[in-house]
Design a protein around this ligand. Structure first.
Ligand SMILES: [Zn+2]
Length: 186
């Protein structure tokens, strides 16, 4: 059975058994908060439990490394929508120790791309168009520095209101313990 078939089979049972009933809520985040975190598999259930987030409590955005790379990219767009459309008052950037984006070997990644059929010419064309794939893929050396940079990207956005708090946290991916890097309350 393929992954899709397995999901569809599970889904049929999920609906038939009305397992969704305990998750019913609204799209307005009750705790008026948005969390930007990493796609790390260890955080899928651990992060909400460790932060006491239940269905309906918060907007959650995930990407590789919990990073805001561009002022006008998808992450920043989501944060602004959370603030202006869904009444979010606090933004939490939650990175974690042992992140796959720290010291990511981007040269190796490009080699893997070529092994999977991406042509050298394609990379060259991108390079000539001003896109250096390796530096674009590059993560960070220190999660603490990266969190601080993301917080400052958010706060310095021309469309981000001054009264919204932005916090920077680091989570232990085994225990869920939180370390405050930037306290937005102060
Ligand atoms: Zn990560």
């Amino acid at each position: 059975m393929s992954k899709l078939e397995k999901i569809m089979e599970h889904n049929k049972n999920f609906i038939n058994n009305k397992e969704y009933e305990k998750y019913v809520t609204t799209k307005i985040p009750k705790k008026k908060m948005v969390i930007l975190s990493c796609m790390d598999t260890r955080l899928t259930e651990l992060l909400p439990k460790a932060m006491n987030i239940k269905n309906g409590d918060a907007k959650i955005i995930k990407d590789a490394g919990a990073t805001v790379m561009h002022h006008f990219g998808g992450v920043m767009r989501s944060i602004l929508v959370a603030v202006y459309e869904f009444g979010v008052e606090d933004v939490f950037v939650v990175g974690h120790h042992g992140c796959g984006m720290s010291n990511l070997d981007t040269t190796d990644l490009v080699i893997k791309m070529m092994e999977m059929g991406i042509k050298k010419e394609t990379l060259l064309t991108l390079y000539n168009g001003g896109i250096n794939v390796e530096s674009w893929l590059h993560g960070f050396e220190s999660v603490e520095v990266s969190i601080k940079e993301s917080v400052s990207m958010i706060k310095s956005h021309p469309l981000f209101p001054e009264n919204i708090k932005v916090h920077g946290l680091i989570m232990n991916p085994e225990t869920g313990e939180i370390e405050v890097v930037i306290n937005g309350d102060k």
